[in-house]
Write a protein that binds this ligand. Structure first.
Ligand code: SAH
Length: 215
């Protein structure tokens, strides 16, 4: 896989457009500059890799729009060495952005084909990412609790099981809604176990489905 000056130039442009759209965290902008997004798309789609838009990655799924990835990451307030659970591995791009920030990433994908493909692909990166084939609604009780949980598919409601797997003081970010448009929410689990919810506008994600899929 190659990464040329041209690709880096295109990433610089993308970073500038994310800044204009309000992403402020320099660590996140730097991570977007570092991770070659064109590696996550079929090579014939290079022209689209650094446009700020979502893109199909096969199995009926999409790689999220760079702005959405940056925004969710910013809302998550990730620090180096944190244990982060991601629901919806997809292409693995978001997981790599978290990895680039120094997080220990645990990511779950329910589609077997996509899981197998991304698992193999992620070996090319130096990040601490463990990928699991399962229904993310269940979380990962064996590895809980987590400092942060990020859902990258549309959740009809926040799964109670995931809140339970959050450390006190932990944060969960998710697009929540039953229809085609969801509200981005940030849930903070306070030290006393109570939860606090903030909202951050409308987004469109592919649905978070139940159970594993064998295709
Ligand atoms: N984070 C991804 C984009 C996610 S698209 C990226 O950076 O490319 C949403 C993904 O969530 C899809 O791959 C879909 O198969 C997966 N998904 C949907 N429901 C799920 C569930 N219950 N558990 C785990 N993954 C799920």
């Amino acid at each position: 896989m190659i990464d040329t000056y041209r690709h880096k130039g295109m990433r610089k442009e993308l970073v500038n457009s994310l800044k204009k759209k309000g992403i402020k965290d320099e660590r996140i902008l730097n991570a977007v500059f570092k991770v070659p997004r064109h590696w996550f798309l079929d090579s014939s789609f290079l022209e689209y890799a650094y446009e700020d838009m979502p893109f199909p990655i096969g199995s009926g799924q999409t790689i999220s729009q760079p702005y959405t990835v940056a925004k969710q990451t910013e809302l998550l307030k990730v620090q180096s060495k944190m244990k982060v659970l991601e629901i919806g591995t997809g292409s693995g791009y978001q997981a790599c952005i978290l990895g680039e920030l120094g997080a220990k990433v645990f990511t779950i994908e329910r589609q077997k084909k996509l899981y197998l493909k991304t698992k193999e692909f992620l070996k090319k990166f130096p990040y601490r990412i463990k990928i699991f084939y399962d229904d993310g609604n269940k979380g990962l009780p064996a590895f809980a609790p987590f400092d942060r949980i990020l859902i990258t598919a549309a959740a009809p409601e926040i799964p109670e099981t995931l809140i339970e797997q959050l450390k006190p003081g932990g944060i969960l970010v998710a697009p929540v809604g039953k229809g085609s448009v969801q509200e981005m929410i940030r849930l903070t689990k306070l030290e006393n176990g109570k939860t606090e919810i903030e909202t951050f506008g409308s987004y469109r994600f592919v649905p978070m489905l139940k159970d594993k899929a064998n295709d």
